[in-house]
Design a protein around this ligand. Sequence first.
Ligand SMILES: [Zn+2]
Length: 125
Amino acid sequence: MDPSEERKHSKQQKEYGDMLGFVEDSQYGIPIRCACGGRIIDEVRGKEDYDSHPGKRFFTCINYEDNGLHYSHPWVVGVQEEMERLRKRLEEAEEVIKGVPSLNYQIESLEVNTNVWAKFDDRSD
Ligand SMILES: [Zn+2]
């Protein structure tokens, strides 16, 4: 292989390796789309598959090929991750809601101050 072909080949290998890492890292929760943009189907592995998990459910890309570039995320893991993410968002939303009475009090105080200044302003005319 000539040096430029070799460089091109090693660049493609690196890009492929980066893509594998990206797909692996981005597979989290209940996927809506695959990294390739493909639709996700709710797949139940059949017993005829050469698979150690027959009958197990997966969130799988409709374009799935066993090349590491598509999602095939175990259903139980995806649902657990999604629940954890939703719980965290709920806790964050609860923190925001807890601050609402304090904000209402501040708004009322500002309204009172504005009314006092408006009356003061009326008298000065
Ligand atoms: Zn895909």
